[in-house]
Design a protein around this ligand. Structure first.
Ligand code: HEC
Ligand code: HEC
Length: 385
């Protein structure tokens, strides 16, 4: 097995009710600092660190880089690490000039209406086409814009080296630079020091979904699979136990439940991070569908055509075999992060996620029909992660 779910390995880290004392057993004495609004390891508490923390917090929450008024916290709230369609609608009711409502994320790009943003909560994300790919209907276009959901900044900065739904950013500093340019129309360039401060700030205490992932990030034991209390939760757990029949575990394995294991039916090495679960294929939000032409190394006159609303990883690798594959996201703290889920924000709730998987497993090669009881069990268990 890929590991991480071994009960015996982490007896002291059992359940979500863990408090700061359990963390202290791993990282040493911690103190809550009111000015910092954060826990700080006492051994780590030197003036330089505190200053960097204050600077990082300012950069994440307040700094606009002389741009359109947006900051990181405009889209990544301090509570859930993301921003739901309900929250966006509430902001609209309160103040339609709020920085989330900027023309670049409006329906037609001109700022006239924001229906997509208010109902789906998706952001317009531009991806450069690799050299070997063109758009059939617009051959000179080198960039395509997709409607993508806002992923949570909980856990990911410290615990996932793969950044973005298509894995296109190599590290946090580069990611922050991209975010500032893509979303905030900056009037000045961020400095390398500022980007590093943003990266470091995103790894402080309040950026973890629970004390369990915090302890893990600090070198403590990996979080395991909660046992579940009700019969339904206990049955739901079986889907996540590494085994041929634990279907969710085939892709949601390892400590963060974000990598494949050896039971997956696809020819992918255990530990793989990119697969398709037919989210782009189903295209439930009815995003525009494009035809991409990938150069055919065997015959330049016969390109490989891919039709998709968002081919994901394939536009980073340039390999049509990666079409519609996306990063397998961590499932830790799912209920704390809240919906919507998937790269196109098509599942508003965890119930919707289960419905999606019921439709996906009904396809070949699984050809499996989930019962209502099984669906309820899976949903109940996801809420414990
Ligand atoms: C307008 C909304 C918006 C703003 C502002 C914004 N982000 Fe994001 N963020 C997104 C979206 C959308 C994605 C996913 C895009 C993709 O994968 O193509 C994302 C992805 C991320 C990720 C990767 C998460 C993952 O699961 O891989 C991190 C980290 C992140 N943002 C941090 C930041 C930081 C730091 C800032 C400020 C410098 C920022 N974001 C500003 C919308 C926003
Ligand atoms: C074949 C691999 C695979 C299997 C099997 C699988 N998943 Fe996933 N899961 C993924 C991928 C890839 C994504 C991202 C898909 C996207 O956004 O297009 C994902 C996304 C999710 C998300 C959304 C998380 C978020 O933050 O947006 C949840 C929840 C989830 N899966 C739960 C499950 C459950 C429950 C099962 C079993 C019923 C399961 N998965 C089975 C690969 C898989």
């Amino acid at each position: 097995m890929v590991g991480g779910c071994d009960e015996a390995a982490s007896p002291e880290v059992d359940g979500l009710e863990l408090d700061i004392e359990a963390a202290e057993e791993v990282v040493g004495p911690m103190a809550y600092d009111e000015d910092l609004d954060d826990y700080v390891a006492v051994g780590d508490y030197d003036e330089g660190k505190v200053l960097n923390y204050i600077k990082g917090k300012h950069l994440f929450e307040k700094e606009t880089f002389d741009g359109n008024g947006r900051t990181c916290v405009t889209c990544h709230t301090r509570e859930t690490g993301k921003l739901s369609p309900d929250e966006i609608q509430a902001l609209w009711d309160e103040d339609p000039s709020h920085p989330i409502f900027r023309a670049l994320d409006s329906d037609e790009g001109l700022g006239a209406s924001y229906d997509r943003l208010r109902t789906m909560g998706t952001i317009r994300v531009g991806v450069d086409l690799p050299d070997n790919v063109t758009l059939v209907d617009d051959p000179n276009q080198r960039k395509v814009v997709f409607n993508r959901g806002i992923p949570s900044t909980l856990d990911t900065p410290a615990l996932d080296p793969v950044l973005m739904y298509d894995g296109r950013q190599p590290d946090l500093a580069s990611q922050a630079n991209g975010a500032i340019h893509d979303h905030a129309a900056p009037g000045r360039e961020p400095s390398a020091e500022e980007l590093d401060l943003i990266a470091a700030f995103q790894q402080t205490f309040s950026f973890y979904s629970s004390i369990r992932t915090f302890i893990y990030a600090k070198g403590g034991p990996a979080p395991h699979l909660p046992q579940g209390k009700t019969e339904s939760e206990k049955r739901g757990r079986e889907w996540f136990v590494d085994s041929p029949t634990g279907l969710c575990s085939h892709c949601h394995s390892g400590p963060m439940l974000n990598q494949t294991n050896e039971f997956l039916f696809l020819p992918l090495a255990p530990g793989s991070r990119f697969v398709s679960v037919a989210v782009s294929e189903f295209n439930t939000p009815q995003n525009p569908v494009y035809t991409f032409a990938f150069a055919n190394p065997e015959d330049p006159n016969d390109p490989i055509l891919v039709q998709s609303a968002d081919p994901g990883r394939a536009l980073i690798t340039g390999d049509p075999a990666d079409a519609n594959t996306f990063k397998i996201p961590s499932l830790r703290g799912l209920s704390k992060r809240g919906g919507p889920y998937f790269h196109d924000a098509s599942a508003k709730t965890l119930e919707d996620v289960t419905d999606h998987y019921a439709a996906y497993f009904a396809l070949p090669p699984a050809n499996l029909v989930l019962t209502e009881q099984e669906k309820a069990d899976i949903t109940a268990y996801m809420k414990l992660l």
